[in-house]
Design a protein. Sequence first.
Length: 167
Amino acid sequence: MLEPPFTGSHIDILKTGYSNNQNWMSFYGFGPAINVVSATLDHINVTVHNGAAIIYVYNTTTTTTTTITITITITNSWLYSGPVSNGPYASGNGTIIAHNVAHNSGSERSSSFLGNFLKDDIYSYDSVAHSVGIGSATYYALETIEENNALRDWEYGPVVFSAGALV
């Protein structure tokens, strides 16, 4: 895992391989192309296949009175996830902020933007989310999903899966 805060720009990443334990690879965040506590990423091109998240942020840091939310900001980027691989993934009080990001998923269980454990928020502006395959949502979060000027295209999966606020 990279030490916070991580800043990266003009990066190309290709992540391949396969794990037969999808809980370890996806839900617990083992094996993503980028695994960070917090980051600012600009002009990145990331492709992942077979069970790895593109970017995974996880945090359970708390103080005596509040929980600290960790943020990944992604701008001007192109992301692709193949079979059983997700786009930017926030878990454990994580937040994803995407500006001018295009994410395409190429198969089943490959959601575009997601957060699914504790308080996870997704903010998407001027972005594109395209998902293909059963179980692939363009947005999947248990807390807030906010989008503005976003294009969503999906096949065989839900547009949005959320238990929280849609803004």
